[in-house]
Design a protein around this ligand. Structure first.
Ligand SMILES: Cc1cc2nc3c(=O)[nH]c(=O)nc-3n(C[C@H](O)[C@H](O)[C@H](O)COP(=O)(O)OP(=O)(O)OC[C@H]3O[C@@H](n4cnc5c(N)ncnc54)[C@H](O)[C@@H]3O)c2cc1C
Length: 448
């Protein structure tokens, strides 16, 4: 076989009319994602890069690229907005990165269901839905940059998950269309639950072209930053908002005082030592929220309507989820983070148990969400003061010993993220059928 570079050049030569990026700076930029949140991944993925980037403008162009990659036996890695945190979109073996952001059409919308191309940005999609009275059920805090396909293949959920659960909760993704990686690529339509074999598989078992998703009725959202002198009161108030079924909500998060200090732009509203919660609720529930805050002894430190947030481009949503970590990293490069799930009803006990053993090393940031069974649970994105990789492993082990689930964000191999991780047999079967040559994102799945 010819060397990789020669095969890449042959592909470029055979498809000159496509939208290629071969300038080294562009190639480097579009080969990276946000894995640098992890000092471990930063070290392990150092220098990894594609040989060329291509941005197909249609399914037909994509078909030509895929067919060409199979002919030349070239690795290909899919990319949406490139905001993933685990190096999912970083090519380990060079080859071609296919950026999907030009395949960005909302195809149809009816009866609370939308079908869109995978490369559409989530914020754009949400705005297109709004005039029709609908919005996305859940989206990451990176909604301005992240794509629908990237969320499906690499993400979890986020804003909205307090009401609708993670994206994987049955009932939200109704179907997908994918392209196989074969000399003659096939386009295949899958309905859920079969479609969900492709969720969160890092684009290793098919190229997602379109997604059909169920929507939520659009709301007039109000954003609140509420502060408390007492951490327990802050957590309790957040949990009460999360658990009150009559409060229509899109976001509820708790931040220990040490975390809230990293919210520089919000610092005029947060007094030293204050713990904080951010809640985004329907304007209809204004008075209900005030009553809960009064009872808990909190103070509404800042509030704005979603319209004001849009006008100023400053939304409290971009302090939640992994945006919290981003703010903290801007303030202190020695920090990193974990992703934890507390046992239902055991949150306080487990937080206290871990807290006693990692005092000062870990700072709590909790996202309240609904799990797939509809229960309000706590999902943590604690900030961790990084000292060494061994200590980070010890802290992960400690959480697990306390019964807290950890999805390890310091590994790039899919199955290593969870303690007993493995791709499902059906997911593996899909990989064999739809990517028989193993060209998709090689190195990210161990068990095929
Ligand atoms: C500051 C910050 C905050 C974040 N907050 C959240 C959050 O709230 N919730 C959350 O879930 N995540 C969050 N993330 C992670 C990430 O932003 C989301 O998961 C996002 O949805 C990824 O979308 P993307 O388009 O950027 O995907 P990319 O990073 O481009 O890709 C993600 C994975 O999907 C694959 N892929 C992309 N498109 C396709 C396709 N069409 N077909 C096949 N495979 C494809 C890629 O190969 C890659 O493996 C956050 C990240 C950062 C940096």
């Amino acid at each position: 076989m010819n060397p990789l570079r020669e095969r890449v050049d042959a592909l470029l030569k055979s498809l000159p009319a496509l939208d290629w990026y071969v300038n080294p700076a562009d190639v480097k930029r579009k080969s990276l994602d946000y894995h640098w949140f992890s000092p471990v991944l930063r070290r392990e993925l150092e220098g990894k890069s594609a040989d060329a980037i291509v941005r197909p403008r249609s399914a037909e162009e994509l078909r030509e690229i895929v067919s060409g990659c199979v002919r030349e036996n070239l690795p290909l890695t899919m990319r949406g907005g490139g905001t993933g945190n685990y190096g999912q979109a970083v090519p380990l073996d060079g080859g071609i990165v296919i950026e999907m952001t030009a395949c960005d059409q909302l195809l149809w919308l009816k009866h609370g269901v939308a079908r869109a191309q995978a490369g559409i940005k989530l914020g754009v999609l949400d705005e297109l839905l709004a005039p029709h009275g609908w919005e996305l059920r859940c989206m990451p805090s990176t909604y301005r940059m992240a794509t629908l396909g990237g969320l499906f293949c690499g993400g979890f959920g986020g804003i909205g998950s307090i009401t609708y659960g993670p994206l994987s909760a049955p009932g939200t993704v109704l179907g997908i269309q994918l392209m196989t990686v074969e000399a003659e690529p096939r386009v295949i339509e899958l309905r859920s639950p079969e479609a969900m074999q492709h969720a969160h598989t890092y684009g290793t078992n098919g190229i997602i072209l379109e997604l059909e998703i169920a929507l939520a009725p659009a709301q007039e959202w109000d954003e609140y930053l509420i502060t408390f002198r007492d951490a327990e009161a802050a957590f309790g108030c957040g949990q009460a908002v999360a658990q009150t079924p009559g409060i229509i909500k899109r976001e509820t998060a708790f931040f220990e005082a040490s975390v809230a200090t990293y919210f520089k732009k919000l610092s005029p509203y947060i007094e030293a030592g204050d713990h904080a919660i951010i809640v985004v609720i329907s304007s209809a529930n204004r008075e209900t929220l005030r009553a809960l805050v009064n009872t808990a002894g909190g103070r509404i430190a800042f509030q704005q309507t979603a319209v004001a947030a849009k006008t100023t481009q400053h939304t409290l949503l971009e302090y939640c989820w992994n945006h919290t970590t981003l703010h903290a990293l801007r303030g202190d490069k020695s920090l990193t983070y974990l992703q934890t799930t507390y046992g239902y009803g055991r949150e306080r006990e487990q937080l206290a148990l871990v807290g006693r053993q990692v005092d000062g090393e870990v700072m709590n940031h909790i996202e309240f969400i609904r799990d797939e069974r509809g229960r309000v649970i706590c999902s943590g994105l604690p900030l961790v003061r990084f000292t060494s990789e061994n200590r980070l492993r010890d802290i992960i082990a400690l959480y697990r010993e306390c019964g807290v689930g950890v999805k390890d964000p310091h590994v790039y191999i899919l199955e290593e993220g969870t303690r007993h991780g493995a791709m499902s047999p059906a997911g593996l079967d899909a990989k064999r059928r739809f990517d028989p040559g193993g060209l998709l994102n090689p190195g990210k799945v161990r068990s095929h």
